[in-house]
Design a protein around this ligand. Structure first.
Ligand SMILES: Nc1ncnc2c1ncn2[C@@H]1O[C@H](COP(=O)(O)OP(=O)(O)OP(=O)(O)O)[C@@H](O)[C@H]1O
Ligand SMILES: [Mg+2]
Length: 359
């Protein structure tokens, strides 16, 4: 697939008389045609700034932006083929739904009949038929969000930019709306750059996720890849939950490593590059990648120090004889028996799910 968005060495420093903030720090990123890439990271990591740079609302301090192969780094927003869906919707309060959606087409001087046809079509896409004459204040939050989406879609931009578009909706509507956005994005094959700090949302909606921290790209890849093979501790911790165990690599073959846990237990785990026999490493152990068994079975003994039940899932904190704590999740605890604090158990690690980090 051809590359539709290319960010090259993109850097933005905000300077004032008080201080200077490096909001985006030498970012390289490519989005292919029809792909949805999400910028994910904690508050203040530079997601919105990156999106605003792509949309033309900020000018970079350094670096270049290409859209469809054309350099647009210094072009104003209206001369880039992008449309943005903002968190706050940004609808015109004094205009009807129809007028809000038509606005971008009128600016582009399209014929009246063409405007009417395209607005109707777009409203149909997001299930807003019949609401053309309402004003934004007469709509629910979810409906306002769909008008904002519709307004962006109707101009058929090359690239759609989303900045936390769902954060003002309640939990259930967030899930419904993100499914709708994803379906439309795929159907219309619109290249999209999507910003969120919600990792579940990012996992659900993205072809690839770009994890950022302090303005820097940490890792980019499909959701599954980022979860299973995080590039570093930050990514492992930010995407899902993770236990970190200090281990030593005692044997290294092409496909398999042997590692030693604190206390001397040895496990065969998938090999990673950059480590060899004798190295210290960090084992990333996901909470669902440990079986809880009766005491005496499995790899190690542990004691339940905290137990939390949420229906489909039981979460346990367990302490190992060597002092480490592990967080473990057990599905369907009704069937397996809910464990209480103080219970001694055996733990078995899923070897194939353990991912090693260098530090
Ligand atoms: N106009 C500005 N002037 C000065 N500093 C700014 C400006 N805009 C953003 N910053 C700073 O740049 C950094 C990145 O901000 P940005 O809004 O891109 O973060 P974000 O990842 O979108 O965070 P959030 O998840 O909270 O929306 C922050 O430290 C912020 O304070
Ligand atoms: Mg932001």
């Amino acid at each position: 697939m051809p590359v539709e968005v290319r960010l090259e060495n993109l850097t933005k420093v905000f300077r004032s008389h008080r201080d200077s903030v490096v909001a985006v720090d030498h970012l390289d990123l490519e989005v292919e045609k029809g792909e949805l890439v999400t910028l994910l990271g904690p508050s203040g990591c530079g997601k919105t700034t990156t999106l605003r740079l792509v949309g033309g609302f900020e000018i970079p301090t350094e670096g270049e932006i290409y859209l469809g192969g054309k350099r647009v780094t210094h072009l104003p927003p209206q001369r880039r083929d992008t449309a943005t869906v903002f968190q706050s919707y940004g609808l015109f309060p004094h205009m009807t739904v129809f007028e809000n959606v038509a606005f971008g087409l009128r600016v582009r001087r399209l014929h009246r009949d063409e405007v009417r046809r395209r607005v109707r079509e777009a409203l149909k896409l997001v299930n807003l038929e019949g609401l053309e004459r309402r004003y934004p204040r007469e709509l629910s939050g979810g409906q306002q969000q769909r008008v904002a989406l519709c307004r962006a879609l109707v101009i058929e931009p090359k690239v759609l930019l989303f900045d936390e578009p769902l954060s003002n909706l309640d939990a259930k509507l967030r899930v419904e709306t993100r499914e709708q956005i994803r379906r439309l994005q795929k159907e219309l094959n619109i290249t999209s750059l999507y910003v969120t700090h919600d990792q579940a949302e990012a996992m659900a909606i993205s072809d690839r996720i770009a994890v950022m921290n302090e303005g820097k790209l940490q890792q980019i890849g499909p959701p599954y890849e980022i979860y299973a093979h995080p590039a570093n501790r930050f990514v492992a911790d930010f995407i899902g939950r993770a236990n970190f165990l200090a281990v030593r690599v005692v044997g290294a073959q092409d496909e398999q490593f042997e590692i030693e846990l604190p206390g001397g237990v040895r496990l065969e785990v998938p090999a990673v590059t950059g480590l060899q026999a004798g190295d210290e490493a960090i084992a990333v152990v996901r909470p669902e990648a440990v079986d809880v068994l009766p005491e005496g079975q499995g790899d190690v003994t542990a004691e339940v120090t905290f137990a939390h039940y949420t229906g489909s899932l039981a979460t346990y904190k367990l302490s190992l004889p060597t002092g480490e704590t592990l967080e473990v999740e057990v599905l369907s605890p009704q069937e397996k028996g809910f464990l209480t604090e103080g219970t001694k158990v055996g733990l078995r690690f899923h070897r194939q799910s353990i991912h090693l980090l260098r530090e």
